[in-house]
Design a protein around this ligand. Structure first.
Ligand code: PLP
Length: 354
């Protein structure tokens, strides 16, 4: 499929100060769009000026939440070149999400080519400030112009790009998290392993509650027994207990994070024992109390690695590692960001230059 390119004749002024970018607020001059219908498959692939889109008020996505997305970044290397981090993993995961929501699958190779073409056109938008990156948001939604509930016949796929500042404006500081015992994010058999907008809509209330109480994130428990730890906020979570890194296994209600996968690969390379298993909140609370819990952190594309400094169990606060970032957490952060920004050797072949 050819990609039609329509250049933006009114390019925006790029923000001069990358430290003021924030996250997902500024967008580049172009976006990639393509449509799907059952008769023609994916078609009309185009790179066009970034701008509002028009959809029917009856569009499936507005009523039944038929939407999936991905989140990835383009990084500016010290030599000025631009690279992606494991991008095919994102498009493969998007197809797993598509299958779950009965949305049409995409051709990952084609989407990667489209993404590279789009970034190349907007390459001057990739920031070079410390910790800054070009956040990439591919998304796909059901777009039938009628209200019947059924598998969609029409869908739209879009990629937008947002230069974003460092996640850590004041350095990598450990956060306080609260165990959420009322709401659940996902259940086995549901959409927890899919990256779909609906999961986020359902997580807002707990997030708001945590924020009001002064916590940065919630620690989600499984939806059936409310017993096992699953994720923290919108990140996967890892705990170093007695020298072993324990992370919830992918039971179907946990999102298979690419950062999680990369952390596991690095830990195994370093000879650190890793266990992917069920971890009950009781076991975790016990490990906090006895001091067996040495380090805790969330991991995801946005923050890379986010240390947890305090864990609130039934309103009792427990401090992890004196509220400081753990040694292994710091090492993972340094190694991953080093590879992503092209400052360290990429022995795994995870990065791809544009
Ligand atoms: C995207 C996401 C993650 C992290 O995945 P990465 O591929 O590492 O960015 C973790 N949990 C949830 C719920 C997510 O949506």
């Amino acid at each position: 499929m050819e990609i039609r390119i329509e250049k933006n004749m009114n390019p925006k002024v790029k923000p001069a100060d990358a430290s003021k970018l924030g996250f997902g607020k500024v967008f580049t001059d172009h976006m990639f769009v393509m449509e799907f219908d059952r008769e023609n498959g994916w078609h009309d692939a185009r790179i066009v000026p970034y701008g509002n889109i028009s959809i029917s008020p009856a569009s499936t996505v507005l009523h039944y939440g038929a939407e999936i997305f991905e989140g990835m970044k383009a990084y500016r290397r010290p030599d000025g070149e631009i690279q992606l981090f494991r991008p095919m993993d994102n498009f493969d995961r998007m197809n797993d999400s598509a299958d779950r929501l009965c949305l049409p699958r995409i051709d990952g190779e084609f989407c990667l080519k489209a993404l590279k073409t789009l970034i190349d056109i907007d390459r001057d938008w990739v920031p070079s400030a410390e910790g800054a990156s070009l956040y990439i948001r591919p998304f796909l939604f059901g777009n039938d112009p009628f209200l019947g509930v059924h598998t969609v016949n029409n869908a739209t796929f879009i990629i937008i790009l947002s230069p974003s500042g460092s996640y850590y404006k004041e350095g990598v500081n450990p956060v306080r998290i609260m165990i959420e015992t009322e709401d659940v994010r996902a259940v086995r058999g549901g959409t927890g392993y899919a990256k779909c907008g609906g999961n986020y809509a359902a997580s807002m209330r707990a997030g708001e509650k945590a924020e009001k109480k002064g916590f940065a994130q919630v620690l989600w428990l499984d939806g059936v027994e409310r017993k096992y730890v699953e994720e923290v906020g919108s990140m996967n979570v890892m705990f170093k207990i007695n020298g072993t890194v324990v992370t919830p296994k992918l039971t179907g209600s946990v999102l298979p994070g690419i950062t999680r996968r990369s952390c596991i690969a690095l830990l195994e390379k370093w000879g650190v024992p890793v266990e992917e298993r069920l971890l009950s909140v009781d076991e975790l609370a016990e490990a906090v109390k006895t001091g067996a819990l040495e380090e805790a952190f969330g991991c995801g594309t946005a923050a890379v690695v986010s240390p947890i400094g305090e864990l609130s169990v039934d309103d009792v606060p427990y401090v992890v590692n004196g509220g400081n970032i753990g040694e292994l957490t710091q090492k993972l952060y340094d190694e991953l960001t080093g590879i992503q920004w092209g400052k360290k050797e990429d022995a795994f072949g995870w990065t791809e230059k544009i």
